[in-house]
Structures are given as C-alpha cells and as structure tokens.
Design a protein around this ligand. Sequence first.
Ligand code: HEC
Ligand code: HEC
Length: 264
Amino acid sequence: MSTEKTFSFRNRWFTVSVGVLAGIALLAALVGFVWLPKAHARATMASLWEAICSAAGAPAPFQGAGLPAEQQRFPTSVIVNAGMMDLNGGGSVGKGATLAMACTMCHGARGTSPAGTPHLAGQPASSTYKQLRDFASGHRPSAIMRPLVMELSDQDMRDLAAYYASLERERIADIAPSAHETPRLVRNGDPMRSIGACSSCHSPHALRPATPVLEGISETYLRDQLHAFRDGRRANDINRQMRNAVRNLSDAEIAALAKYYAAR
Ligand code: HEC
Ligand code: HEC
C-alpha cells in the first residue's frame, strides 16, 4: 500500500488533472479574451493587448468607425513638417475671409468665439489646416464639424487657415486677467511622470508646426479636449504627443491647466 500523498506532483493522477485543468483554463481564456473579441465585427482592435482590454471591459481607444481600415493605423492623414505652411501654405487670406462667413455663427465674427467654441484667430495656419483635414477624414471625430468640412476642397482649407492665421486674437472682455502664477507643468512638465512642459510645444514662441496656441481659449473646451486625449476619444495627435502628455494627469491638474490657459 503506497503512502503517497494525494496532492503531490509525484501522484501521476494529480499531475494529469492539474495539467488538464490548466489546459482548459488557458483555452477558455483564449476563446473569451482573444478569439471572441477578434471575431467581433470591430476592426479597431489592432493588437492582442487591445483585444484583451476590450474583453475585460476597458474602453477601446476611439477610432472613427467610418475610417477605412488602413487609415485607422494612423492618427492623421496630414504629413506635418517644419516647412508645411510656409507663406501660409499657398492659402489666400481674401478667399478665406469669404469662406469664413459660414463659420462666424459659431467661431465669432473675427475668429474669436464668445461661446465655448475654440478661437481660430491667431491660430497657426498649419494647425487649423490639420484640424480641418482631420475632421474631414474622421481622424478627429466631430458631429458638428464633419458635415461642415465635407464641402470644403483642400484649397478652401488652406485659404481658411491662412485667413484665421492673419487675424489677431481679441481678448474677451469678461475674462479677468490671469492672477495666478504659471503652473509648474506648463513651465517644466514633470520628468518623473514623463510629462513634457506644455510651454515647450504650446508657447507662441515655440513655433512648432500644427501645434495650436492655447491662450484665451474657453476653459470648458480646453478641459474637454484634455479629457478626450486622456480617454483616447481624441487620438489625432501625431506620435501621441498629447496623449502622452496627459496620460498621467489627474482631473484636478487638468482643471488647473484649462483654467490657466483660458485666463490668458
Ligand atoms: C455649428 C457651429 C459651428 C460652425 C458653423 C463651425 N464650427 Fe468649427 N467647431 C465647432 C465646434 C463645437 C468645435 C469643437 C470641436 C467639437 O466639439 O466637435 C469646432 C472646432 C473647429 C476647429 C478645431 C479648433 C481647434 O482648436 O482644434 C476648427 C479648425 C474649426 N472648427 C474650423 C471651422 C471652420 C473653418 C468653419 C467654417 C467653414 C467652422 N469651423 C464652422 C462648431 C462650429
Ligand atoms: C510634445 C509637444 C506637446 C506637449 C509637451 C504638449 N502638447 Fe498639447 N498639443 C500638441 C500638439 C501637436 C497638439 C495638436 C494635436 C493635433 O494634431 O490635433 C496639441 C493639442 C493640445 C490641445 C487641444 C487644443 C485644441 O485647440 O483643440 C490642448 C488643450 C493641449 N494640447 C494642451 C496641452 C497641455 C495642457 C500640455 C501640458 C500638460 C500640453 N498640451 C503638452 C503638442 C504638445
């Protein structure tokens, strides 16, 4: 009569049952976490990791559902480089002014919006142009802007971008002059959390292509966009520049940053 313990790997039956059980568990996990989500008709799950996240209920990063498959791999269809909008990218300010009649209702008579809509006046032409292209392609989803830009040709977008770049951003009277000091994140970022200084890209002096100027834009809008980058609802930033910058920010930090830029 053997004295072997039941729960020991020396017991052949025990080893076999543990092995079979582990095999079943692995198979079930593969089916539930990988195969089913992949077979699900959404082509947005590019990687194994995303398939697993989606099965576990984590929201998948947003990609325009209407985007053709090969476009979904890129944050934008615009090629951005330092020289892209030299001399306003061949846009005509005069033609842009005429086209902009269709935009005044929401973006203000001269591109400074009194409501929560973003200001366009004083925005670098490369930035406005890129956003218009991204609305049109669906890389930046917007139920409001998309139908409006579908009508525009590439030249129209260049003209509009040139026009708005030529305008000076007016200060909205009822915003009190900024009293608080510059947040540390704006000046220095936070190297420990790999957050770059906002001002290294967003300062009007940084002159980085296709990077919006944030000064004076509505607080609500800024906060919404920061949340959208953090949640992955907005993902049209090249090289994840913005998604990386806000990934580790708290709600309170986002609120403070939005407030700071809005009051400038
Ligand atoms: C019905 C209101 C409305 C009209 C008309 C409108 N826009 Fe917009 N626009 C918005 C809203 C709202 C946003 C913010 C994005 C969002 O919430 O979807 C926006 C965003 C933008 C942005 C992105 C700005 C940024 O800082 O990223 C650009 C560029 C823009 N609009 C250009 C235009 C142009 C050019 C026209 C005219 C052809 C126009 N818009 C007409 C409402 C409007
Ligand atoms: C590495 C450069 C870089 C850094 C650092 C950076 N940004 Fe940005 N930011 C960008 C670019 C580029 C865009 C335009 C993205 C696109 O193409 O749509 C942008 C867009 C934005 C927008 C959307 C503006 C609009 O008009 O829609 C906000 C808000 C913003 N950044 C805030 C911040 C804040 C706050 C910080 C600091 C925590 C920061 N950014 C750090 C490059 C940067």
